[in-house]
Design a protein around this ligand. Sequence first.
Ligand code: LMR
Length: 318
Amino acid sequence: EETKSWKKMVNIAVSGAAGMIANHLLFKLAAGEVLGPDQPIALKLLGSERSLQALEGVAMELEDSLFPLLREVKIGINPYELFEDAEWALLIGAKPRGPGMERAGLLDINGQIFAEQGKALNAVASRNVKVIVVGNPCNTNALICLKNAPSIPAKNFHALTRLDENRAKCQLALKAGVFYDKVSNMTIWGNHSTTQVPDFLNARINGLPVKEIIKDHKWLEEGFTETIQKRGGLLIKKWGRSSAASTAVSIVDAMKSLVTPTPEGDWFSSGVYTNGNPYGIAEDIVFSMPCRSKGDGDYELVKDVIFDDYLRKRIAKV
Ligand code: LMR
């Protein structure tokens, strides 16, 4: 019989596990799309009282899929049980906004959830846990979470701005008439909100500055920027609910960026803790900035970025 050497099992905790985003994400995780074909995983699915039946349904579907890498599925509503020894915590569960709302309007309701989950991570998760906060407003929720988890390095907490990065790459590629893999060095500065700054000064198309390829600089400053800032809201109008599949894809991208060495010269965006940042951004907040990883789960901030008046002013207004 063939013997295969498996890596040690990794616990992945997912909150909001009965929701739409998770429904796309969990099957990618279980299929090995994120951590690779030799990495067994356990999925620890956190739901709410209200979603428990649905969560049982999710677990049934996962089991029925016979994923070779999926060694355990556990469901529940107690984060102190589900977060035990978690190496990853993907915090999706939160009340989503409806049409016409800003993400910040969710803070009261969702802030409490993230304080509790921060405490639970602090108590039971791996000290090395990487936390990706998706529920909105994700920057503030990530900050609340890390403040409630003082024994886990603040550096381990991320607010997801990868969806904005992906949206920005797509729009630049469409405008330039190139395939989107030609767009690199795409930074989203700030919050996952309508004040975020998609950075077309440092971004590159085919290795060249975007402004050399796209000559319509008014479009970059206005049309492009607004499109990215408002994309989530527009999608809610179209669908009647917030983005789910593309969000799940961007969570996969965000995880992969931390476990794969960043390609030479490129970077990715993530909302991370600002202490010690080299850009002059206020300390002690969570703010999306350009990051690179050696593939060990950790990251460092990119030093060689440039600023002009427009970019400085926009960043100051986040
Ligand atoms: C998104 O950007 O699609 C999500 O954050 C949902 C939202 O509220 O916009």
